[in-house]
Design a protein around this ligand. Structure first.
Ligand code: PEP
Ligand code: MN
Length: 363
């Protein structure tokens, strides 16, 4: 039953996502024994589509374990063959690409620290010109979806047809519960820009702690994401990199077994009650648009008066008062202070921009 939840890589890339892709394996390939034991335990407990393992590890601080290097690529491939599963590793330069292709790695991934730099991405893309290998592109460390989309485009441009995105969260200076903030709206943004690109979520690098990984896996499924890349190690506590976030293969098996996977098609399996509530929401949204139209019409009249009276378009006191008063109108439930603040700050920002455009034109 569990096996039917997870899809084969070829079907997954080429058709609609019937069920998610599951990539699992250790953060780093550490020894032939470690990768083989992990692979065998994964096969026993979780129906994985791809075996992952880092051969070269880009680390923030020098002196941290930077991967065994080239030698460990063969250990990864052998472990994949032993369980009949294709393999994937991270490449960060031409040399890595050539070595991975020569060794017979099935899928390449581009790490978050590489996606940030178009020079690196272009170099890797050129090394793959004319090669038919799937590429997974992790989001850049900082929340810049232009770089993410740009990197995907560079691979498509050299003829790589099978390119997927990996959402691994974003660096944040504000320390929250997660190692990397998910900022899910960036995945929605990428989906809007590139509707055909599938998105895999990496709950391990988002969560940073193994205890939080299962809930992020479920959120990914609830948001309609297309797959998961989870770090799994036979003895996670003594892993040489990312020990805190890796989980045992048997634990991962449990997580996958308990995962609730929703039908992908809009309204497939939706009850009449749900459809009718959605119709009501659509109607309310139409009303909101009409109210905004009226609000902008008023802003236009105000802009004309401001100009006649020589008043500046943006007035700090007015802004502070408006945002404060509207924020206080929240109900503390759905209308949280954050939501009310962001909503009215946004409305006011665009209203001021509109007035500025109007007065510039007329002057
Ligand atoms: C990894 O997958 O082990 C890794 C280094 O990821 P990221 O590039 O997302 O930090
Ligand atoms: Mn890692």
């Amino acid at each position: 039953m569990v096996a039917s939840k997870i899809q084969h890589i070829d079907q997954w890339f080429d058709g609609p996502t019937e069920s998610p892709l599951l990539i699992a394996g250790p953060c780093s390939v550490e020894s032939p024994e470690q990768i083989l034991a992990t692979a065998q335990a994964l096969k026993a407990h979780a129906p994985i589509s791809l075996l992952r393992g880092g051969v070269w590890k880009p680390r923030t601080k020098p002196g941290s374990f930077e991967g065994v290097g080239l030698e460990s690529m063969q250990w990864l491939i052998d472990a994949g063959r032993a369980i009949g599963t294709p393999t994937t590793t991270e490449v960060a330069n031409t040399e890595h690409v050539e070595a991975a292709l020569k060794a017979g790695i099935d899928v390449l991934w581009i790490g978050a620290r590489t996606t940030v730099n178009p020079f690196y991405v272009q170099e890797i893309a050129e090394a793959l010109n004319g090669v038919k290998i799937p590429v997974l592109v992790k989001n850049p460390i900082h929340a810049e979806i232009g770089l993410w989309a740009g990197a995907i485009e560079r691979f498509k441009k050299v003829g790589i047809e099978r390119v997927a995105a990996v959402h691994r969260g974003f660096f944040s200076s504000a320390k929250g519960v997660y190692r990397n903030e998910p900022h899910w709206h960036h995945s929605f943004g990428l989906r809007a820009l590139m509707p055909d690109v599938k998105i895999i979520v990496d709950p391990s690098h988002i969560a940073g702690k193994r205890l939080l990984v299962p809930e992020v896996c479920q959120v990914a499924m609830d948001l309609g994401m297309d797959g998961l890349m989870v770090e799994s190690h036979i003895t996670p506590d003594i892993a040489l990199s990312d020990a805190a976030q890796q989980m045992n293969p048997d634990k991962l098996g449990e997580v996958i077994k308990n995962l609730v996977i929703h039908p992908k098609k809009l309204d497939q399996g939706a009850s009449e009650a749900l459809k009718s509530l959605r119709d009501s929401l659509d109607e309310l949204d139409d009303n909101l648009v009409e109210i905004m139209r009226q609000r902008f019409a008023l802003a236009k009249e105000i802009a004309i008066i401001k100009e006649q009276e020589g008043t500046s378009i943006f007035q700090m006191e007015r802004w502070l008062k408006l945002v404060k008063e509207r924020t206080e109108k929240g109900d503390g439930e759905g209308l949280t202070p954050e939501f009310m603040h962001d909503l009215f700050a946004t409305i006011h920002k665009y209203s001021v921009e509109y007035q500025t455009r109007l007065t510039k034109k007329e002057s």
